[in-house]
Design a protein around this ligand. Structure first.
Ligand SMILES: [Cu+2]
Ligand SMILES: [Zn+2]
Length: 208
């Protein structure tokens, strides 16, 4: 048997193994939110697989007025003086406020959630920017639901680019740990990608 006939399948197997993410324990964070009168309350759960995937956001809130409500991660997980203590939007890049899908947005800009006729929000969506580990982790920060609609930075005034003019804070909570995944795996996944690219290049050279 030729050396190459063994080496090429070995290379392929190694490359495939290297690009695959480890099947790992997801990180789960949860925030119990409540308004000052106790009328608005609910739970928001954030789930992220270890391989730096989008964060799945599960929202169940009751007691809101019908319609759209600004929904943000705020800088501080501090409820000392109620929702006011959570500070401004979580914005580590010091950029303008925007919509969840915008290239320029605060990390904490999760747009709006929509309450039905009964004032209930029961929804699930994904976000590509927030993280449950590393530099932009939202764990330990505040979660705020506003009384009004977030104009997503399109309001045409200076406040729109800071807050989205979403108005008063209807409810808030602190984002805490429910379950920690293996955060180091996402770092490993990053370096394994480089190994995979290098071995793919080597493989290509062998085949030429
Ligand atoms: Cu807010
Ligand atoms: Zn914002």
């Amino acid at each position: 048997m030729q050396f190459q006939t063994i080496l090429i399948p070995l290379f392929i197997a190694f490359c495939v193994a290297a690009v695959q993410c480890k099947d790992d324990v997801p990180t789960i964070a949860v925030a119990y939110v409540e308004g000052s009168g106790g009328k608005v309350k609910g739970n928001i759960t954030f789930t992220q697989a270890a391989c730096g995937q989008n964060v799945l956001i599960r929202v169940y809130v009751t007691g809101l007025s019908k319609g759209l409500h600004g929904f943000h991660v705020h800088e501080k997980g501090d409820l000392t003086n109620g929702c006011a203590s959570t500070g401004g939007h979580f914005n580590p890049d010091k950029v303008n406020h925007g919509a969840p899908a915008d290239n320029v947005r605060h990390v904490g800009d999760l747009g709006n959630i929509k309450a039905n006729d009964d004032g209930i929000v029961d929804t699930t969506f994904h976000d590509a920017i927030i993280n449950l580990s590393g530099e932009f982790s939202i764990i330990g920060r505040g979660l705020v639901i506003h009384e009004g609609e977030d104009d997503l930075g399109k309001g045409g005034n200076s406040d729109s680019l800071k807050t989205g003019n979403a108005g008063n804070r209807a409810a808030c909570g602190v984002i805490g740990i429910n379950q920690l995944g293996n955060g180091s795996v996402s770092v490993m996944a990053g370096s394994w990608k480089i190994v995979a690219i290098l071995c793919s290049l080597l493989l290509l050279r062998k085949m030429m």
